[in-house]
Design a protein around this ligand. Structure first.
Ligand code: UD1
Ligand code: UDP
Length: 376
């Protein structure tokens, strides 16, 4: 049996690797081992539970308000021991977190093959997103299989001089996960903890908000909060639904500036199915998240991205995503436009799916199977 190891740490990595783990587990040629660094704790566990994935190894590394360097050092040490014991043939990492880069470095030191899922996303700006742009650039240097979601991401890897034959366009596994979630919520619409779901049926409009980017810490989050305060005053009948990321750098300003307002619903981070349900039922999405930029266009929801640039240009080109940065006036005006101008809203509310067709995991399993067949 071929030994595969899936190593991940945060909520989005878990969401995007879950369909692939489930797909590999269906195939008896593979021994699948799941190791979580638990760079995230509660937010990771929420996802594992939904997909019924029980890690074989849990390194339990998260510390409150952890620093990049300390986390990186801990991942390197712990994953080194794990790989020494399990000795996989191929490891899988997903995306651009600290876990992804640190794990890839250790696997490289041990000359273990590295499969990088969601390869080739770039802004070409070293500090935005920070530290993700450099995490993914360095991971691409280390990886052996590059699973690029789109033509554009493959093109980015070619520009960096990577070999064409190791790059595979597969679509993004986020859409595989979303299709699983959509089927489940359409069958049985979940409750949204902390929220009275009547707000979705009383005719009021709903704006869903998420945010956590490090480059927005401090001034950026203060400006985002200022825009939300002004919007909540101007539109008292609109609900602003905000599941607040657990990072203390996010919790602190958001709770300080936005608590106690009748139409701003500050709730705990949602488990994946309730979050997908909230996205499905909302009218507008305001976010700095990578994954949410990929998911919301599938539901035909206009997405305003509170960043200066994006590594996901496909939905911007398709017209369902717009970059609005963190200037409070700009955020206010763009949300106001979508709330008050039905033509502007309709223009953005197209269901497009530039990131995949739900079959990315199947393609990746096929490519890895072929690799082992040719090797034997
Ligand atoms: C991390 C990733 C980012 C990814 C994001 C997804 C890095 C450097 N950052 O950012 O790329 O987009 O996850 O959400 O890899 N915390 C909890 N419980 C949790 C999760 C976080 O309490 O379940 C708090 C802890 O205090 C923790 C802090 O948030 O120390 C920061 O977590 P960390 O993973 O370092 O950074 P994120 O901002 O979550
Ligand atoms: N998500 C979730 N609960 C929430 C907010 C987001 O399950 O309260 C999901 C969302 O559907 C997406 C992923 O988390 O798949 C995005 O994670 P995040 O924004 O933390 O990270 P990023 O994608 O920016 O790396």
């Amino acid at each position: 049996m071929h030994k595969l190891s899936f190593i991940f740490g945060t909520r989005p990595e878990a969401i995007k690797l879950a369909p692939l783990i489930l797909e590999f587990k269906k195939n008896t040629s593979f021994d699948v081992n799941v190791c979580v660094t638990a760079q995230h704790r509660e937010m990771l566990d929420q996802v594992l539970e939904i997909f019924e994935i029980v890690p074989d190894v849990d390194l339990n590394l998260m510390q409150p308000n952890q620093t990049l360097s300390k986390l990186t050092a801990k991942v390197i040490n712990s994953v080194d021991e794990y790989l020494e014991k399990y000795k996989p043939d191929v490891i899988f990492v997903q995306g651009d977190t600290t876990t992804v880069f640190a794990v890839s470095l250790v696997a490289f030191y041990k000359k273990i093959k590295i499969a990088h899922v969601e390869a080739g996303l770039r802004t070409w700006n070293k500090y935005s997103p920070f530290p993700e742009e450099i995490n993914r650039v360095l991971t691409s240097r280390l990886a052996d299989f590059h699973f690029a979601p789109t033509e554009t991401s493959k093109g980015n890897l070619l520009k960096e001089g990577l070999t064409d034959e190791n790059i595979y366009i597969t679509g993004n596994t986020v859409i595989d996960a979303l299709f699983i979630a959509k089927e489940k919520i359409e069958e049985n619409m979940p409750e949204i903890p902390g929220l009275n779901t009547e707000i979705f049926s009383n005719g009021s409009k709903n704006v869903l908000i998420t945010g956590h980017r490090r480059e927005n810490f401090g001034k950026g989050f203060e400006q985002i909060c200022q825009a939300l305060q002004e919007l909540s005053n101007e539109f008292p009948d609109v609900n602003f639904i905000y599941p607040v990321h657990l990072n203390p750098n996010v919790q602190e300003p958001v709770r300080k500036y936005l608590s106690g307002r009748k139409n701003i619903h500050l709730i705990e981070p949602l488990s994946y199915l309730p979050f997908v349900a909230a996205m499905y039922k909302s009218d507008i999405v305001l976010t700095d998240s990578g994954g949410v930029q990929e998911e919301a266009p599938s539901f035909g929801k206009p997405v305003l991205v509170m960043r200066e640039n994006t590594e996901r240009p496909e939905a911007v080109t398709a017209g369902t995503v717009k970059l609005v940065g963190t200037d409070p006036g700009k955020i206010f005006n763009e949300v106001k436009l979508l709330l008050t101008d039905s033509a502007a809203y309709s223009k953005m509310a197209n269901a497009v799916n530039p990131y995949g067709d739900g079959l990315a995991s199947k393609r990746i399993v096929k490519i890895i199977s072929q690799y082992f067949n040719e090797k034997n």
